[in-house]
Design a protein around this ligand. Structure first.
Ligand SMILES: Cc1cc2nc3c(=O)[nH]c(=O)nc-3n(C[C@H](O)[C@H](O)[C@H](O)COP(=O)(O)OP(=O)(O)OC[C@H]3O[C@@H](n4cnc5c(N)ncnc54)[C@H](O)[C@@H]3O)c2cc1C
Length: 493
């Protein structure tokens, strides 16, 4: 039986481990921290529970496939629940729009609140669906570097329809061409942040995300997003995956460019195959230090995705005005993105995201209380270790919440934890604290992302948000699936 070492127990690492163990490989995960899940972590404090990172699940069928591949029924491990409301949007002029998890109802709502004709939304969602139909198999479900990915009828159709997947204009340009109302454009531009990018630079192909969220739906799970990590971990354990927590991998061992194992916690560990769920940049620069690779050179030239600053507040009271997911928009979105990606500073009037999982998981907060996850976009650290003016930013956010929603939150915060971009880097190994690996601000980014098989070192594979097909829960689960398929093809168990 071939021995596989997986470096990192993020969602991508758990996915690869489960797929491989189900296929008969002997899998051991070496995780630097004391628990599994990586960015999908958990804080439990004074009766409040918080998801630390991801807060919204899309494409749950990707998870269902993983459990089915292991001969299990997902509902025995993770109780996935559709949301009633995807998000409530608050604009600086007082407009409030509820994005129902029911497309016709959402279109009624937004068209009534903004005056934008219904038919424009119908055309827009048909366009977004077209991008999904043409691209998802080619861009999300397979390795780019395998000849079979391109030489088949479906891929050929995508390539022949290249203009219909809209790669030559930006997301913002495309959105502004569909809608006259600036609030609608701002709402749909926001989806660039789902992979840490700038809608004024990222290709309009990313407008695929709106189909994924509005037509395929948004979900949560019992126990919040952490419940997904727990279900995956339980599955891995049942499949015989071994976990070594608190063991940081320091080096990937090679002999004539063939993987021989790793050094973890100062000790050598032999293996036939290594799957790294650590950030691609740090895999090349730290774990393969001294090994010349083209991948390392290429990755050092790519722009990391944006990061985030998150406050986790245990809050007194129930706020009926808010839903589980809420966005309080900035007055000037282009200035916010310019600040994030050009000046690399947190913007003075940032868009604020508030996620309150206790709205649907009552046990996440004591009776009469709520658990607020308050996040703003932040630039990647670029090597900085602290956020300048953190207290001022916090006060600014509190002021914005009060001004936009009328909720006086400052006096009701009972407990507080903070996650800065450098905390994200230190806790999960993401280069510069990026949330989603590399940004998609370049139209070729999808092609530049690390393939799941290293073509320069035998036996080395990649999964996770900085590898193909990208960041976000469903994509990192797919990265583990694609890596496992390549391993089955090239390294029979
Ligand atoms: C604040 C925030 C909000 C987000 N919101 C969303 C959202 O709403 N929806 C969504 O889909 N996605 C969201 N994301 C992104 C999503 O969390 C990530 O894309 C995904 O969880 C990353 O998974 P991963 O497999 O890349 O592993 P990671 O979570 O990055 O974990 C990597 C693991 O590898 C370990 N590791 C690294 N180096 C080593 C080493 N040398 N030795 C041993 N172990 C090592 C780390 O300790 C870590 O446990 C968010 C992320 C953050 C931080």
């Amino acid at each position: 039986m071939k021995k596989v070492v997986v470096i990192g127990a993020g969602l991508g690492g758990l996915s690869a481990s489960a797929y491989l163990a189900a296929a008969g490989y002997d899998v051991t995960v070496y995780e630097a921290s004391s628990t599994y899940g990586g960015k999908a972590g958990n804080i439990a404090s004074e009766g409040f529970r918080f998801d630390t990172g991801p807060s919204l699940l899309t494409m749950p069928f990707v998870l269902e496939h993983l459990f089915a591949a292991a001969g299990r029924n997902i509902s025995d491990y993770i109780k996935i629940k559709p949301l009633d409301v995807l998000c409530k949007y608050f604009y600086p002029d007082g407009t409030e729009v509820t994005a129902y998890n029911d497309l016709p109802r959402f279109i009624d709502e937004i068209s009534e609140k903004t005056g934008e004709p219904r038919r424009n939304f119908e055309k827009y969602f048909a366009y977004s669906k077209k991008i999904y139909d043409l691209t998802h198999e080619l861009f999300l479900f397979k390795s780019f570097r395998e000849a079979g990915t391109f030489f088949n009828a479906k891929s050929l159709k995508t390539l022949l329809n290249i203009f219909r997947i809209d790669p030559f204009r930006t997301m913002h340009k495309a959105n502004a061409a569909f809608f006259g109302n600036k609030k609608v454009v701002q709402m749909f531009d926001r989806y660039a942040t789902y992979n840490g990018s700038d809608p004024y630079k990222a290709p309009a192909t990313l407008n695929i995300i709106q189909h994924v969220e509005y037509a395929l739906g948004g979900y949560t799970a019992d126990g919040g997003i952490r419940g997904i990590a727990e279900g995956l971990y339980k599955l891995c354990r049942e499949l015989g995956v071994k976990f070594e927590f608190g063991k940081r991998t320091e080096k990937i061992l090679l002999e004539s460019r063939q993987v021989k194992g790793i050094i973890a916690d100062g000790k050598p560990v032999k293996s036939d195959i290594v799957v790294t769920n650590a950030d691609v940049f740090s895999s090349y620069n730290k774990l393969l230090d001294g090994v010349h690779t083209r991948g390392r050179k290429r990755y050092s030239q790519l722009e990391p995705s944006s990061s985030a600053l998150v406050f986790y507040w245990g809050v007194k009271g129930n706020n009926e005005k808010l839903e589980g997911h809420n966005i309080l928009f900035t007055k000037d979105y282009s200035a916010e993105f310019n600040s994030l990606f050009e000046k690399r500073e947190i913007y003075a009037d940032p868009t604020v995201y508030i996620y309150i999982s206790s709205k649907f998981n009552k046990s996440d907060a004591p009776e009469g209380h709520e658990n607020w996850f308050v996040m703003i976009n932040a630039p990647h650290t670029g090597g900085r270790t602290s956020v300048p003016d953190l207290c001022r930013i916090r006060e600014n956010i509190i002021g914005k919440i009060e001004e936009t929603t009328g909720i006086k939150i400052g006096e009701n915060i009972l407990t507080e934890h903070v996650l800065t971009p450098s905390d994200i880097e230190n806790k999960t190994g993401s280069t510069f604290g990026s949330l989603y690996g590399i940004s998609s601000n370049d139209r070729y980014a999808a092609f530049l992302r690390q393939d799941n098989k290293c073509r320069e070192i035998e036996g080395l594979y990649f999964c996770g948000g900085s590898a193909h097909p990208g960041g976000g829960i469903p994509l990192v689960i797919l990265s583990g699936k694609i890596a496992s398929e390549l391993i089955k093809k090239y390294e029979a168990a």
